[in-house]
Design a binder for this molecule. Structure first.
Ligand code: PBG
Length: 326
């Protein structure tokens, strides 16, 4: 007798839905190559959050966009910065929603790198170490503190600056936030799958690339070392990013560390599914295909060992669950 297939089982509590925020009112902007993902002003964001909450999602990840860019990413940590304001508004209406914030500089620097550059860095662009580590860590700690003071539950440093988790932990502890949590983007690869995201944040580097601080995708061992470091430095959860091409790393990290683990199903992975589905002419087939693809992908990421999945598909999944019980 043929064995019965197990049904994929995606728990909405394990999904984290990313949002791009921008200043202003009444805005819901489309993003190049990023179907059905938008940049929201805070008022419109609250309306969307109401929808996803009603669909059963309870965790979000916030990114700031469209702010003034300068050498020091000042807009990211100034008083009442965009994300701090967004958090305050969200928490007022949805106190039990889990709010995680991305902590990075790339959307706020005028060169698009994830750190503050060393002085005279223009001469050093041929080298890979043009990031001033001390200044970068200070800026990241300030951003994290501003988010936590505004009411965020978790901060997620994604700059791949050495010791970023430790620097943030110290700053939070010093200010009395001993219990707030840090999700380290620990094993973050220099990937070709971040394109739509960089359109969303206008954060593509204006010179060089991120290979000086993000991981080389041929390097398994380095990924595991970075995860180990973040755990030692006080991360409450670690992450592998991207997810789909990195299931081996997710698996190994889970087995080796048995630590809370998130995987980021990134923008290019999402866009591939959307592009494939769009190429199907018949609409009924298109809808079924999208659902099946997404369930298979997320099941694979979970099966590999991720406890949480950050995914732009989360809202669709929640809808499918309610409409057809997936
Ligand atoms: C960088 C950051 C990136 C993403 C999240 N934070 C990409 C980058 O290195 O430019 C990508 C997420 C995605 O592609 O969905 N701080």
């Amino acid at each position: 007798m043929a064995e019965k297939f197990m049904q994929p089982n995606i728990n909405l509590n394990s999904l984290i839905y990313p949002y791009f925020v921008k200043a202003g009112k009444g805005k819901k902007e489309t993003i190049k190559d990023f179907a059905q993902v938008f940049r929201f002003s805070i008022d419109r964001l609250l309306i969307d959050i109401e929808e996803i909450k009603n669909l059963g999602l309870n965790k979000i990840l916030l990114f700031g966009t469209g702010e003034k860019k300068d050498n020091f990413a000042t807009a990211a940590y100034k008083k009442d910065n965009l994300i701090a304001l967004a958090i305050k508004n969200i928490k007022k209406e949805f106190p039990d929603l889990m709010v995680i914030t991305d902590v990075c500089l790339c959307a706020y620097t005028n060169h698009g790198h994830c750190g503050i550059l060393k002085a005279h860095s223009a001469k050093r662009i041929a080298q890979s170490d043009f990031i001033d580590s001390r200044k970068t860590l200070e800026a990241l700690a300030k951003i994290a503190l501003s988010h936590i003071e505004a009411g965020a539950d978790w901060v997620a440093p994604s700059a791949m600056a050495k010791k970023q988790v430790e620097a943030i932990r110290k700053e939070l502890d010093r200010n009395g936030f001993k219990k707030t949590k840090i999700l380290g983007y620990s094993a973050k690869f220099a990937s070709n799958f971040y394109g739509p995201f960089r359109n969303a944040c206008d954060s593509a580097p204006s010179f060089g690339d991120r290979s000086g601080y993000q991981l080389n995708y041929t390097d398994r061992n380095k990924a595991l070392l970075e995860i180990n470091d973040d755990i030692k430095d006080g991360a409450d959860m670690v992450m592998v990013k991207p997810a789909l091409g990195y299931l081996d790393i997710i698996r190994e990290a889970k087995q080796k560390f048995n630590y809370p683990l998130a995987a980021y199903n990134v923008s290019g992975e999402y866009a591939m599914v959307k592009a494939y589905v769009k190429s199907i002419a018949q609409s009924a087939r298109r809808i079924a295909l999208e659902k099946n693809l997404v369930l298979e992908i997320l099941t694979a990421i979970k099966r590999a060992g991720a406890d949480f999945i950050i995914t732009y598909h989360a809202k669709d999944i929640a809808r499918w669950l309610i409409v057809d019980g997936v």
